[in-house]
Design a protein around this ligand. Structure first.
Ligand code: GTP
Length: 293
């Protein structure tokens, strides 16, 4: 099953940077060396069994944008499942950006009216921390109005923190078929293990696919923080030509286990009981696998 995902926005908004960090193991600093994307760069990312993301990274220079809306219009905009539109929050050409976004929506309404639209208000690290919420609220309100009639979600993002993982997890989540079946299995597993929480990650990207929670937790950003940390750890390991299969963290209050799960996922189980045996947890995870494959 191939899902066409369009990644659009003006030149230098940060499209290729985010794609390279999530899917090609770049670190944020490496993106400073990226050149402008010429026309459209296609990549196919296998994600969860038979779900393949067919990612179209559309170079944002004005001449390319013009072609997308004219000669390449149908080719670019038909059969789109998700449109990701990236806005540079500090852009000095805001009205042009809005005009291009509006043209893009016109084409989406014409060729893929059921597409889901994700607007990423990007480079939020450049906005002072105390102004971020207000700036994002204002931008997303404006975008919601422009996008009337379409299914749209806005996210604040930056390649320099975990917000990128939150946004991309939401994007990928929206594409997973039969997600409710997966979620029901995860709920059952969490209940049977008497775990506080169980989280399912895609194995290559560490994007969160789903989670089941029995004990409420105050930090609503914990999932993307874990994704970000695991990805950094994976990159550190690969620098020293090693890789990890599983992780166990234990202190006086909890125990956490991360293990490979199905061929495309890994699972994290959080237990309030810090004395729980790793062997018991391993057996539980092995037994559950077949229900998720
Ligand atoms: P085109 O290929 O021309 O369409 O540009 P693009 O949207 O793919 O931009 P690209 O990813 O090449 O990024 C342009 C510059 O923005 C690079 O120098 C990145 O390092 C920088 N950049 C990307 N994301 C961020 C971010 O979140 N914050 C900051 N401060 N800089 C970013």
């Amino acid at each position: 099953m191939k899902s066409k995902v369009l990644l659009m926005g003006k030149s230098s908004a940060g499209k290729t940077s985010m794609r390279s960090i999530i899917f090609a193991n770049y670190i944020a600093r490496d993106t400073m060396r990226l050149g402008a994307t010429i026309d459209v760069e296609h990549s196919h990312v296998r994600f969860l069994g038979n779900l393949v993301l067919n990612l179209w990274d559309c170079g944002g220079q004005a001449s390319f944008m013009e072609n997308y809306f004219t000669s390449q219009r149908e080719h670019i905009f038909k059969n789109v499942e998700v449109l990701i539109y990236v806005f540079d929050v500090q852009s000095d050409t805001k009205s042009d950006d809005i005009a291009e976004y509006t043209s893009c929506l016109e084409a989406i309404r014409e060729f893929s009216p059921d597409a889901k639209v994700f607007c990423l208000v990007h480079k939020m690290d450049l906005i002072p921390v105390d102004q971020r919420d207000a700036v994002f609220a204002e931008r997303s309100e404006e975008l919601q109005v422009l996008s009337e009639g379409l299914s749209i979600a806005c996210h604040p993002t930056s390649i320099w923190d975990e917000t990128l993982y939150r946004a991309w997890s939401a994007i990928v989540y929206s594409l997973i078929p039969n997600i409710s079946v997966l979620e029901a299995h995860l709920e059952n597993f969490c209940e049977m293990c008497e775990a506080d929480e169980v989280v399912l990650f895609e194995r290559a990207t560490f994007l969160v696919i789903s989670h089941a929670t029995r004990k409420t937790h105050h930090d609503e950003h914990r999932f993307e923080k874990i994704s970000n940390s695991l990805k950094s750890y994976k990159l550190c390991c690969s620098k020293s030509m090693t890789q990890f299969d599983s992780i166990e963290i234990r202190n006086s209050k909890f125990a956490a286990f991360l293990d490979k799960f199905t061929s495309n996922t890994c699972i994290m189980v959080i237990m309030s009981d810090p004395t729980v045996s790793p062997t018991a947890m391993d057996i539980n995870i092995q037994v559950a696998k077949s229900h998720f494959e």
